[in-house]
Design a protein around this ligand. Structure first.
Ligand code: G3H
Length: 544
């Protein structure tokens, strides 16, 4: 962009008429149902208006967030109903779903995927309108999710086929399979509302658990087109939805003791609070993706063009609203001036526009509280001696915030430790490697780190301590979750458990086994069970 000002940003918001036909929602979506026990139950109580991050020009010359629909605001009565339906469908492990064969569950999931794919364009549009993600990235999120689901089915077949045999040890015959855990409370984040939610919901379902699903605060309506598909593809009560303020219903559901797994992609503070609500916390398994403050360490011999390109992508893809985003750049003092100059020059080339525009990088944030937080963080850094070094950095109009490169960010500033989760790039210089390492070691977060450099000795020496601080060290590339077959985990306040196509299936299940003495009568009995198909667990069938 040329000159950045509040006015220039304001002009980027369209008039309602100027929104291209292909990007519009046919009509606002006023959701008045929730899925409970296989029924779409209607709701005539209070509702919440959904405001898009996208503002439109108003008659008075200002701009305002566009209304795109509304959804129910329920309470404890409704969350009890959703939870009870999930408990009933699980039926202490005797329900239709947990006792189905793996092949039957896979067939239901394949049916669901077909129905979901039929809704692609509406869901993609809703992702874009609800959270302001670019159209291209919204499409990518949908497609990546479907690929993840198909890969999960393949992984489950492999897992189950591997267990379709008996093992004999020390005179004992055993068959070991993975079995469900019970009722899963599933909550995803707003930044990847579909992908991250389904990265836990789908494996949880496939392993035979039943689910209560609470959509994220931003990114609720996009699940509306899937409610019928959930209802029709799975037995009743297997998936139930609740639309309510998390602080009201979630601690209440946990306090009931009826939830067996908490699957949350959110903040560590919330996770800690929720876990404590369970009356027998040892019974609660937690699968958590939490806070992160991934750093990039740029060494003096780094390929500067590459480092700038990757750091820019890492810091600003989806406006920095990724848990894996680079949220602190630690650059060697000898190159920091050159780095900042090139970084700011490349940043200035990024297109700031509405999410449907081709080639757009920077889009509006989900609400005015986000631009307010970004401003507060920058003001705090400025008051403590840092400055915004790129032209226009930190200028905003309503929800549209121009990225700010802040330097030098030091201990004691909000930006040094807080996860900004937005378009601010804090940069700090370092002289010796210990200082850079110390930043990571003393951090409360432990997800990933990036290192940029070319000396095998230095990189090697850095990798060894870093792999014991975080769960992925990226060499000369930004931090990221994918490919989804790789383990996605974190230490300290960043995660609990590991997610990946295969790890998630393990996270939502437990091994259970049958065992018998290796006697003639046991062999005959097991043989009869297998050949007469009297058990779904004891079988040697192969899923193709
Ligand atoms: O917000 C966290 C996402 O899982 C990050 O995924 O690295 O592929 O953007 P990503």
């Amino acid at each position: 962009m040329s000159t950045i000002s509040v006015e220039s940003l304001q002009h980027l918001f369209p008039t309602a008429d100027a929104i291209p036909e292909s990007a519009r929602l046919a009509a606002p979506i006023h959701q008045r149902v929730s899925l409970v026990n296989g029924e779409l139950r209607s709701w005539d109580g209070a509702c919440k208006t959904v405001l898009s991050p996208v503002c439109v020009q108003q008659a008075d010359g200002g701009v305002a967030q566009m209304e795109i629909g509304s959804y129910p605001v329920m309470g404890e009565v409704e969350s009890d109903a959703a939870l009870d339906a999930a408990v009933q469908a699980y039926d202490s492990g005797r329900g239709e779903w947990p006792t189905m064969t793996v092949a039957q569950r896979i067939a239901c999931m394949q049916d669901f995927i077909k129905r979901m794919v039929a809704q692609r364009s509406l869901i993609v549009n809703l992702i874009m309108w609800e959270i302001g993600k670019s159209l291209a990235d919204s499409q990518k999120e949908f497609d990546r999710t479907v690929t993840y689901m198909l890969a999960t089915i393949d992984a489950l077949k492999e897992l189950d086929n591997g267990n379709s045999r008996f093992v004999i040890a020390e005179g004992t015959i055993g068959q070991i399979r993975r079995t469900p855990l019970g009722v899963v409370l599933c909550m995803g984040p707003y930044n990847y509302p579909l992908n991250e939610t389904f990265a836990t919901l789908i494996p949880a379902l496939l392993m035979g658990n039943t689910v209560v699903f609470k959509p994220p605060q931003y990114g609720t309506l996009l699940f509306y087109p899937l409610l019928e598909a959930f209802r029709d593809a799975f037995p009743k009560g297997v998936i139930n939805t609740i639309y309510a303020p998390g602080a009201v219903v979630v601690p209440h559901m946990l306090a009931s003791g009826k939830i067996n797994v908490l699957a949350l992609i959110g903040s560590s503070k919330v996770a800690d609070h929720l876990k404590k609500q369970h009356p027998k916390s040892h019974r609660l398994r937690a699968v958590l993706g939490l806070d992160a403050k991934n750093a990039a360490i740029v060494l003096p011999d780094a390929d500067l063009d590459l480092a700038v390109k990757e750091c820019l992508l890492g810091a600003l893809s989806f406006n920095g609203q990724r848990c894996t985003a680079l949220k602190m750049l630690i650059v060697h003092r000898s190159i920091v001036e050159a780095f900042l100059e090139r970084f700011s020059a490349e940043l200035a080339k990024l297109k700031v526009a509405m999410p449907w525009e081709p080639g757009v990088s920077i889009t509006p944030l989900p609400g005015l509280h986000r631009t307010a937080y970004m401003t507060e963080a920058i003001d705090d850094a400025k008051a403590k001696g840092a400055r915004v070094i790129n032209e226009g950095g930190g200028v905003f109009c309503k929800t549209l915030f121009y990225p700010a490169v802040v330097y030098p960010v030091t201990e004691g500033m909000m930006l040094y430790r807080e996860e900004q989760f937005g378009p601010i790039i804090p940069v700090t210089p370092f002289d010796d490697l210990e200082t850079a390492l110390d930043y990571v070691t003393t951090s409360d977060h432990g997800q990933q780190v990036s290192i940029f450099g070319s000396d095998p000795v230095v990189i090697g020496e850095l990798v060894d301590p870093l792999v014991n601080q975080v769960c992925r060290v990226n060499i000369n590339c930004q931090c990221q979750r994918g490919p989804d077959v790789f383990p996605f985990a974190g230490r300290k306040d960043s995660a609990e458990g590991t997610l990946s196509v295969t790890d998630a299936l393990r996270a939502f299940s437990i091994r259970s086994m049958v065992a018998a003495k290796q006697t003639e009568s046991s062999k005959a009995l097991l043989d009869a069970i297998v050949s007469d198909h009297t058990s779904k667990f004891i079988n040697t069938g192969f899923i193709f």
